[in-house]
Write a protein that binds this ligand. Structure first.
Ligand SMILES: Cc1cc2nc3c(=O)[nH]c(=O)nc-3n(C[C@H](O)[C@H](O)[C@H](O)COP(=O)(O)OP(=O)(O)OC[C@H]3O[C@@H](n4cnc5c(N)ncnc54)[C@H](O)[C@@H]3O)c2cc1C
Length: 419
């Protein structure tokens, strides 16, 4: 037997799995097909590495809409507090930013990736880079090892598949692990892009007149085709040349995809509440006051203190107010309609960018066939999964990375202890 445990994939899940396996006494090999492990981790959180999130466990689970509840057991063994303690133990001081996001004090992803890789080496894990696995070997109904792309065969009693999803393939995540899982009898639920910018054919998007305009602290709501609210997310967003993006839009994306698929409709309505902290009546009062103070100004100028300049003509057009009409001549009903539009500015979205362009892959190895206590396969003894290859996806903000570290720890530990 060459190794006790072979971990395939050097992302956050695989690096942590290798550390946990060797910590629990297994002779461990970590394989990565690239020349640098942790490439996606290195570009997360805007290149500063969003190591984890400081929220309570319940809060973290709530922010993992793709099967977060599956993670309770993994979190109880190695949760966000353990991740924070682990990095601080390696000398990586962390700081908390908005919405509980944790970053290295250095603001440098490299310091996190280097610390992880050094720890892998320090624990005596063999690490082979530029070593793409081609297949997991199964013999007599259990795991037997791994075959590399060059034909070399490596034997082991346990294999941890940590090859990630299929998004942003230049980081090495090209979906290689799914067929290996299928060969072992696993089901792969449909893959789809999540945390992905939304596309729209609205005339104000096509004309690019709003391109680059960002809106801070707005609330986006996704509506189903029957006009019922599906979900709302507060945060920042940005208009792009193809649609909308930014944290709030990314969070809405999976709900848009699911509704488009479910309804078969060509588009799904999103509304933007530009003033989520103000109710419609208060906003109307503000508009009426503005009509008095800016009475002689044209509507397009009078509204500048309230709205981004580029949005004004589009909002006015929606309620049939001529942009050049003086504020004093705008009737009460028009102000009522304008207040309504500013509380629910509609953008019909018809899709998303591709799975490859998404931050996270939705779908993956079906959790029905995975033991949540060990991350072990219920189909093939000796086979373990962790990270984004599983049918688990969270919002950006450290939730996916927490899931990857946590399931990685659980898989590596269980693989070692099973021997
Ligand atoms: C731009 C960007 C920003 C992000 N920001 C955030 C954020 O702020 N917060 C958050 O929670 N999440 C974020 N994510 C998502 C997060 O980075 C991923 O969910 C996480 O990296 C998944 O970890 P993983 O270990 O499962 O897989 P990956 O990180 O994808 O690692 C998989 C590894 O497997 C290797 N591999 C693949 N196939 C083979 C093979 N055949 N043989 C050997 N090795 C192989 C790859 O080379 C790669 O190193 C972001 C993603 C992107 C793209």
């Amino acid at each position: 037997m060459d190794y006790d445990v072979i971990v395939i994939g050097g992302g956050p899940a695989g690096l942590m799995a290798a550390i946990a396996a060797s910590e629990h006494g297994a002779r461990t090999l970590l394989l990565d097909k690239g020349n640098k492990p942790g490439r996606k981790l290195g570009i997360s959180g805007g290149g500063r590495c969003n190591v984890t999130n400081a929220g309570e466990t319940e809060d973290i689970v709530r922010h993992i809409p793709g099967n977060g509840r599956f993670l309770y057991s993994a979190f109880s063994r190695f949760g966000n507090r353990d991740i924070i303690a682990f990095f601080e133990g390696l000398g990586i001081a962390l700081k908390e930013e908005d919405r509980g996001r944790m970053f290295p004090v250095t603001d440098k992803a490299k310091s996190v990736v280097d610390a992880l890789v050094n720890q892998v080496r320090r624990q005596g894990v063999d690490m082979r880079l530029n070593a793409p696995a081609a297949r997991v070997l199964y013999e007599d109904g259990s795991v037997a090892g791994v075959c590399l792309a060059g034909g070399e065969t490596l034997k082991s009693r346990a294999v941890v598949i940590a090859t990630g999803g299929r998004s942003v393939p230049h980081t090495g995540s090209t979906g290689d692990g799914y067929p290996w899982a299928e060969e072992a009898g696993h089901t792969i639920t449909e893959l789809y892009p999540t945390e992905v910018p939304l596309t729209s054919n609205e005339s104000f998007i096509k004309s690019r007149e709003l391109q680059g305009l960002s809106l801070r602290d707005v609330e986006l709501t996704v509506w189903n085709t029957k006009g019922k609210r599906i979900i709302s997310h507060e945060g920042d967003m940005i208009f792009t040349h193809f649609g909308i993006s930014g944290p709030a839009a990314l969070r809405c994306s999976q709900f848009v995809i699911k509704e488009l698929k479910k309804s078969g409709a060509a588009s799904v309505r999103i509304t933007i509440d530009l003033f989520p902290a103000t109710n419609k009546e208060e906003l109307l009062e503000e508009l009426v006051q503005l009509a008095e103070t800016e009475a002689r100004k044209a509507a397009r100028n009078g509204l500048k203190s309230l709205l981004p300049e580029r949005l004004i003509p589009i909002a006015l057009l929606k309620v049939d107010i001529a942009p050049d009409i003086p504020c004093s001549q705008i009737g009460k009903m028009s102000w009522v309609e304008l207040a309504a539009i500013l509380k629910a500015f509609p953008v019909d979205v018809n899709g998303t960018l591709s799975l490859e362009e998404a931050f996270v892959t939705g779908g993956g190895v079906s959790l029905k066939e995975i033991d949540p206590g060990t991350m072990g396969s219920k189909m093939m003894p000796g086979l373990y999964f962790c990270g984004e290859i599983l049918d688990i996806h969270g919002y950006t903000g450290g939730y996916n990375i927490t899931a990857a570290f946590s399931t990685g720890y659980s898989a590596g530990r269980s693989a070692a202890l099973s021997l």
